[in-house]
Design a protein around this ligand. Structure first.
Ligand code: 5RP
Length: 263
């Protein structure tokens, strides 16, 4: 890896712990005004001190985030679909690398839809994004999006993650599954886990804990943070698992402690 690529990777995966806490707020690119993100800037501002990086679209970045922030940006560069379509896989690259550089992105990210009607175009687009990344020293985070029909088992997710790695992605984001550690062994790049839809806080801590214990480099969590009763307390508790090896019990105690101080 060249210096620029290494430097940007070190902004995402913290050298001190070798782990990464990423905050995902890119949902609007196909879901529109997602619950909790109606006023994206207001929701995200108090969370920035606690996340290692922020994953979002260029529109949200330009309109809603203070340009004085030091939080590294993971810029979504794919889109072209909406929740109103049955087939979500029809995505293309929607941001040029020049604009990603103009926005000082520390990494770019895009979805691949393995096994879906548009898998070919999304994987070829990943290859194009990797070529951009190699040219300018910008890491590419591939997201293994699951079509509505896809099972989220180890076999499928390993296939999708391995294809992302073989296509040249520098990191991959996927879902936690049973036998997750087997997936990690088969994927020669750092793996981060998506939070998925909102679940009770304890379950979100368990998801984080198991992901890290079984080899994930971190979590890239959205709804389970910004839809929590207290997103600021939630992100600190998730962070404590990722970077301080807190148990689920300790994270839950921290969450309730922070919650009671807030109220
Ligand atoms: C969608 C994404 C989202 O960033 C991700 O799924 C959001 O995180 P969460 O599932 O935790 O709300 O990549 O393809």
């Amino acid at each position: 890896m060249d210096w620029g690529m290494k430097n940007r990777m070190a902004r995402i995966i913290q050298p001190k712990t070798g782990k990464a806490l990423m905050l995902a707020v890119d949902h609007g690119y196909f879901l529109g005004p997602t619950s909790g993100l109606e006023d994206l800037g207001k929701t995200v501002a108090p969370l920035l001190p606690y996340t290692d990086s922020l994953m979002l679209t260029r529109g949200a970045l330009r309109q809603c985030i203070n340009a004085a922030t030091n939080t590294p940006i993971v810029l979504r560069v794919s889109g072209g679909n909406s929740v109103l379509e049955e087939d979500l896989s029809d995505e293309d690259l929607t941001v040029d690398i020049e604009d990603a550089i103009r926005l000082n992105a520390s990494a770019i990210t895009m979805s691949i839809y393995v096994g879906s009607p548009h898998q070919h175009q999304t994987i070829v687009n990943l290859a194009k994004a990797v070529d951009w990344g190699q040219k300018f020293g910008i890491p590419v985070l591939a997201v293994t999006a699951v079509g509505k029909e896809m099972a989220r088992d180890e076999r499928y997710l390993s296939l999708a993650c391995r294809i992302a790695a073989e296509t040249g992605a520098h990191m991959v984001k996927t879902y936690y599954c049973e036998d997750f550690s087997r997936l990690v062994k088969k994927v020669p790049i750092p793996v981060v886990v998506a939070g998925g839809k909102k679940i009770p806080e304890k379950e979100a801590f368990e998801l984080t804990f198991k992901s890290i214990r079984e080899g994930a480099v971190g979590v890239d969590m959205g709804r389970n943070i910004f839809q929590a009763e207290s997103p600021v307390a939630m992100i600190q508790a998730v962070r404590s698992i990722v970077h301080e090896n807190h148990s689920v019990k300790k994270a839950l105690e921290l969450y309730h402690d922070l919650l009671s101080k807030k109220n």
